[in-house]
Design a protein around this ligand. Sequence first.
Ligand SMILES: Cc1cc2nc3c(=O)[nH]c(=O)nc-3n(C[C@H](O)[C@H](O)[C@H](O)COP(=O)(O)OP(=O)(O)OC[C@H]3O[C@@H](n4cnc5c(N)ncnc54)[C@H](O)[C@@H]3O)c2cc1C
Length: 420
Amino acid sequence: MKVIIIGNGIAGITAARFIRKQSSHDITVISGESKYFYSRTALMYIYMGHMKYEHTKPYEDWFWEKNRINLIHGWVGKINTSQKKVNLTNGDILEYDKLVIATGSHSNMFDWLGNDLNGVQGLYSLMDLEKLELNSKDTDSAVIVGGGLIGIELAEMLHSRKKKVTLLVREDGFFRNVFPKEESEIINRHIREHGIDLKLNTELKEIKGENDRVKSVITNSGEEILSQLVGITVGVHPNIDIIKDTDIETSKGVLVNEHLETNVKDVYAIGDCVELRKTPEGRKTIEPVWYVGSMMGKCVANNICGVKEVYNPGVWYNSAKFFDIEYQTYGNVPNEIGDGLSNVYWEHENGKKCIRIAYDAQSKEVKGFNLLGIRYRQNVCIKWIEQKLSIDQVLTELSKANFDPEFTPRYEDKLAGQKV
Ligand SMILES: Cc1cc2nc3c(=O)[nH]c(=O)nc-3n(C[C@H](O)[C@H](O)[C@H](O)COP(=O)(O)OP(=O)(O)OC[C@H]3O[C@@H](n4cnc5c(N)ncnc54)[C@H](O)[C@@H]3O)c2cc1C
């Protein structure tokens, strides 16, 4: 059987590896950005000089040939599902029995005046990183638009090269559409301590240019900020470019059922480009994060190899780093606690660590954890949420979530003292 996978990110590559583990199918992975799989999450460390591109490849180059996974470095221009063919932009045509679409995301870009000027860019790909090298070479300041996970990475990257960075955030706090006020304020302070000019309640209105290059940005308050580099980090959306002219159904992403099958027989989709038709409990229909790509890759491999499996992502979790502060979240902690939820919250006097546990106000069942500057064991927190433990039980047993109790400061007694 011939399996073609479009996209060699975490989703496509996990699918290829797990199909190989279970079968002797003929596997071809086609990808335009790079021949070899690399870790997109490490892009920032390449720019900051902590890693070279070679170090971001989780597998040695010989791995693919040894495992009979055929890699094609090229772009797919068209999919013909009735003839089961894929056309590359270089003119090559390949046939498939099963097709997996794993084309990832694109950076969001809105219709701002001037957003096509040189010096305006997103941060998603190796090509974006090359652009950033060029764009940041001859400028000592940058404006970043967007208060999310990629925006703060870009701020840290440019800050590491001694650029003066201004971060424009539409909301009244960093990551405020996800964070409750207190977590957001911890990160606001932390960003400012690093010398970043964080402007809250501020939107980009227009980008001004000179000789086709960015010269300044104008904000919604009319302020003009001089800068030759504008980073646009206002989220991502599924990359469905090559699906649009096919009979594969899309909405925002490629629509798939619980087996990750599209409406067209023998065509599957996985990773960032996917939109689930049915929302799993406590999750979203589009989830552009690394481990989701990996989980979907394994699930699709099983389905292709005849082990029918339902994609079940379980309890939501995520982690990130905001300069020096680590963030972990498990389950559901909304940015406004209410709507039948209550919570306990404790913040360290240094203003850089906090723990929040959200629970159902009536049943007292624990619903989610937010942690800044403190790490808790993922399996323990997730198990408590799955087992619907009460907040009182969780507070009693909280020390079980600690890593290395001998070396890690413990704060459970502080949290237990909070009013429930
Ligand atoms: C800067 C940055 C930092 C991130 N940090 C984190 C993090 O800390 N934690 C986390 O969970 N997530 C993070 N993410 C998100 C995470 O990287 C993505 O969710 C994940 O990489 C998506 O994997 P994927 O396999 O679905 O798609 P991708 O990794 O986007 O791979 C898709 C591939 O498909 C190829 N492709 C697309 N169209 C075609 C075509 N027509 N022909 C041929 N090839 C094509 C592209 O070249 C691309 O390489 C980060 C993302 C970015 C941009």
